[in-house]
Design a protein around this ligand. Structure first.
Ligand code: 5GP
Length: 146
């Protein structure tokens, strides 16, 4: 999937109507059949760690560290571009608070962990529903491998 956001930066109209148009434009690009949408609808099982009104956290099916959990918003957001521009304040707060809570549930708050979000093509994002990875339970090495 490919999303172009650049053209919006030239927008001069900041009316509510314009915001609504942008939101709808993104909604149409959200793939309702991506794997995390199916997990949220209960069509595919997951190993749930935490759930609240705005967020679901579950174990990654292909763990890259001793602890590897995914934290996702329940709302239909493709990526951070979409979420940061279109999510309601309570959804943004909910996701960030959930990240801290999940780290606590996983027992890595004190030992440390890494939260990571792959975004778009260069970020290597594979599933087009916003998600944060939480890695921990061991030393994680350097930030980026090349
Ligand atoms: P991305 O590369 O998009 O940041 O990460 C997607 C992650 O989703 C990968 O780490 C992958 O292992 C995980 N994943 C893909 N399909 C499933 C699934 O069906 N269930 C779970 N629990 N994780 C999945």
């Amino acid at each position: 999937y490919e999303i172009t956001y650049g053209d919006w930066s030239s927008d001069v109209c900041s009316s509510d109507l314009s915001q609504e148009f942008k939101r709808k434009k993104i909604e149409r690009m959200y793939d309702q059949n991506n794997i995390f949408a199916k997990i949220l609808r209960g069509e595919i099982p997951c190993d749930k760690i935490y759930e609240d009104k705005y967020t679901l956290a579950f174990k990654d099916i292909n763990p890259q560290a001793k602890v590897h959990v995914l934290v996702i918003p329940k709302g239909a957001y493709v990526d951070m571009n979409d979420f940061s521009a279109n999510a309601k304040s309570e959804e943004i707060e909910g996701l960030i608070r959930a990240l801290g809570k999940v780290a606590g549930i996983l027992g890595v708050s004190a030992s440390g962990y890494r939260y990571l979000g792959n975004n778009g093509r260069d970020g290597g994002q594979e599933v087009p529903h916003l998600h944060f990875h939480i890695f921990g339970g061991e030393k994680l090495g350097r930030m980026i491998h090349k």
